[in-house]
Design a protein around this ligand. Structure first.
Ligand SMILES: O=C1O[C@H](COP(=O)(O)O)[C@@H](O)[C@H](O)[C@H]1O
Length: 243
């Protein structure tokens, strides 16, 4: 195990900080604690902290754990703003919304939640994009926590489709290979504008994509992720050690 680890870690770009956890449960628990610590530190230094969350398997686990912590401290977290790096253009009450874990569950009123418009609220995906784009004006993202698809997608930047050089902040995708087809997503440019970006991945289905990130294989969007001051790849053993 350590030989494999050393061999792979030796190839990692200096700019990519790798953390390995035993399994998905440990990873979600530890990352939740680290997100809370980053928020606390950030809010001591300045009046606002902009946190970007993700959907998917780990994203939902982490979001649910964060909601519990936010509610447990109803007077805390003033100045915290929450965003999602992509959102599915489906009805507001759909469980497919990446923001779903925050729906009707957050009792802490200090936190500001910024969600892209849903399909039963906006007239069109273009309206959802321009609304989210406007909301993001003059926002400096402190921490963006990204999930990783088995195909190497992050947010809704899919291999072979995403324009990595798109310099807008957000865009519409109407032909997502992973359903639902219509989504609003951050561009790579906005992802990489964050001070910190953490990619989280657990399970063997993510192992190929994790290897590609580590090897700098630019065939997948995830390999282009580099935060302004710090980039982390946080994985469990199944996602790290491919067969
Ligand atoms: O569609 C999406 O997928 C990814 C990862 O999801 P997973 O279930 O394979 O972990 C997620 O990060 C992204 O935000 C989401 O919209």
């Amino acid at each position: 195990m350590s030989d494999d680890f050393d061999a792979i870690v030796g190839d990692i770009d200096d700019e990519l900080d790798l953390t390995l956890y035993a399994d998905a449960a440990e990873l979600a628990e530890e990352v939740t604690v680290q997100i809370l610590a980053a928020i606390e530190k950030g809010l001591k230094l300045k009046s606002q902290f902009h946190l970007v969350l993700t959907g998917g398997t780990l994203g939902v686990q982490i979001s649910e754990a964060l909601v519990n912590e936010f509610n447990a401290d109803s007077d805390g977290f003033a100045g915290l703003h929450i965003w999602w790096s992509d959102e599915r253009f489906v009805p507001a009450d759909s469980v497919e919304r990446n923001a779903f874990p925050f729906h009707k569950t957050v009792t802490n009123t200090k936190i500001v939640i910024h969600e892209a418009l849903a399909s039963d609220v906006a007239k069109s995906i273009d309206e959802a994009v321009s609304d989210y784009d406007l909301a993001l004006e003059n926002v400096d993202i402190d921490l963006n926590v990204l999930g990783l698809g088995p195909d190497g997608h992050v947010a809704s930047l899919f291999p072979g489709i995403a324009d990595i050089d798109d310099h807008r902040k957000v865009f519409a995708i109407t032909d997502s290979p992973k359903p639902p087809a219509v989504r609003v997503s951050f561009t790579m440019s906005l992802i990489n504008s964050a001070a910190e970006v953490w990619i989280v991945a657990a399970g063997e289905s993510k192992a190929d994509a994790v290897t590609k990130i580590i090897e700098g294989d630019l065939s997948i969007p995830a390999s282009y992720v580099r935060g302004n001051s710090h980039t982390r790849l946080i994985v469990d053993t199944e996602a790290f050690f491919s067969e």
